[in-house]
Design a protein around this ligand. Structure first.
Ligand code: TRP
Length: 447
């Protein structure tokens, strides 16, 4: 028996989808992951390679995922089943579901840090140091577990209510506010002593720092930040209206995502050098003193030097916005396995959301106490898992479903796509450039 269609859901409006996909893309990857990796792995050289990976590999793959999703109207496993009788590709979808589950398990812990810091700012302002210190201790397993659990519950509640309402509304107000606050802080930071060293590090590439490890990391970051490679956008595409212009929507999401990551870097990299100039120990030699919680140390330090009510308000609002950005991302991560269970195992949405969500929470609790797992999971399921998923999606379109069928799907919403420049170039990327570049990067990283 088919699941009632109301359990699948759809986006309310044209803008709804774009907002939801942008909400999925913009998250901790932009504000925590990207600046951390720029700082530790190559400065402007990293930025440059990241931009190339995003536009040359990420964008074409995003168009591919959305086309598969809208054509099939299914979760990643069901989508491949619907478009081919080949038994291998549904496993690719399943691998995506697994990557999503594992990424969500550690993502929630970091989201919990961000959420906790909103309160840390308040406690700091009130002079309650013990409370503030408790929240800043990213190694405190009990605290991590508690806040992560709250975060997971919020995600489950939204997912169990269906896809559109909450995500669309949250994203619409959050995104402009987040950009606004980052811009204000960036201007403040750029006038502090030491900032220009950071700007130079961020914008003047030292090409000798480009190596296979850097490229591999930047490629993984591009996939993660765009929410690609695990079928999140196949799933979101499955709720997409036939009137929507897929390449245009993908372009908008890509630009919004890159824009926010770029801005976050322009804030955080100079802020590191400002903190360094102010005597806070950020670098040991030319290595960063800490990495996973770097951003969470530097930003509060910044709010505290601004101080007073202004520092308080900026700090609280910033961390709340970051939490909402993380929430619109955890929503997309949970939606994938939930859609899978709804479609493929005929479970009602509410039950699927709570069952899957609480199951993932168990892994999250382990990560809360063992935060070193974050790096390990990030490496396996993000750096490695997502690009592998990306290659297989390209292979699927190139050799099984065919780029022509994908373009046919794009015709609705983008009439004449086949004759357009995009229609001529995109197949070349999907058949040759993207898979070759991804495989080359993965292999040369290991050699
Ligand atoms: N893109 C989000 C970020 O940058 C994280 C994310 C959400 C994600 N959904 C995803 C990553 C799906 C990979 C796959 O924070």
């Amino acid at each position: 028996m088919a699941v009632a269609s109301s359990d699948r859901g759809a986006w309310n409006s044209k803008l709804g989808f774009i907002l939801a996909a942008a909400g999925s893309a913009v998250g901790l990857g932009n504000i925590w992951g990207f600046p951390t990796k720029v700082a530790t792995e190559g400065g402007a050289a990293y930025l440059l390679i990241y931009l190339l990976c995003t536009f040359l590999i990420g964008f074409p793959v995003m168009v591919a995922e959305l086309s598969i999703g809208r054509k099939s109207g299914k979760n990643p496993v069901g989508a491949f089943k619907a478009l081919t009788t080949n038994k291998f590709f549904p496993l690719v979808g399943l691998w995506g579901v697994i990557c999503g589950v594992m990424i969500l398990s550690f993502y929630t812990v970091i989201a919990g840090w961000a959420f906790g810091y909103a309160f840390e700012e308040i406690f700091y302002f009130l002079g309650w140091q013990a409370g503030a210190d408790w929240l800043t201790d990213t190694g405190n397993g009990f605290k991590n577990a508690l806040i992560a659990a709250v975060f997971m519950m919020a995600t489950i509640r939204i997912i169990s209510g269906g896809v559109s309402e909450g995500i669309e509304r949250a994203t619409k107000t959050m995104m402009p506010l987040l950009i606004g606050i980052i811009v204000i802080m960036t201007i403040y930071v750029l006038f502090q002593p030491g900032a220009m060293d950071g700007v130079r590090e961020y914008l003047l590439p030292d090409f000798s720092r480009i190596n296979p490890t850097l490229i591999f990391s930047a490629m993984g970051q591009a996939f993660f930040s765009l929410s690609l490679g695990m079928g999140a956008l196949i799933t979101y595409g499955s709720y997409l209206n036939k009137k929507e212009n897929i390449p245009q929507a993908a372009a908008f999401v890509t630009v919004a995502d890159v824009g926010i990551a770029f801005l976050a870097g322009l804030l955080i990299i100079p802020a590191l050098y400002v903190a360094q100039a102010a005597g806070i120990e950020i670098f040991v030699g030319d290595q960063l003193a800490s990495s996973t919680n770097l951003v969470f140390q530097i930003l509060p330090a910044l709010f505290h030097t601004i101080g007073g009510a202004v520092g308080l308000i900026l700090g609280v609002v910033f961390f709340l916005l970051l939490s909402i950005a993380a929430l619109t991302s955890t929503i997309s991560l949970l939606e994938v396995p939930v859609a899978y269970v709804i479609d493929e195992h005929n479970v009602p949405r509410k039950k699927a959301a709570w069952g899957v969500g609480l199951g993932i929470l168990v892994i999250t609790l382990v990560v809360s106490f063992q935060t070193s797992l974050i790096g390990t999971f990030d490496y396996i399921f993000n750096n490695l898992g997502l690009p592998i998923g990306g290659v297989l999606i390209c292979v699927f379109i190139a050799f099984v479903w065919k780029t022509d069928s994908a373009l046919d799907e794009m015709e609705s919403g983008f009439e004449g796509v086949k004759k357009s420049l995009f229609g001529k170039v995109w197949p070349i990327f999907i058949k040759f450039i993207c898979p070759a570049a991804i495989l080359y990067n993965i292999i040369s990283n290991f050699i």
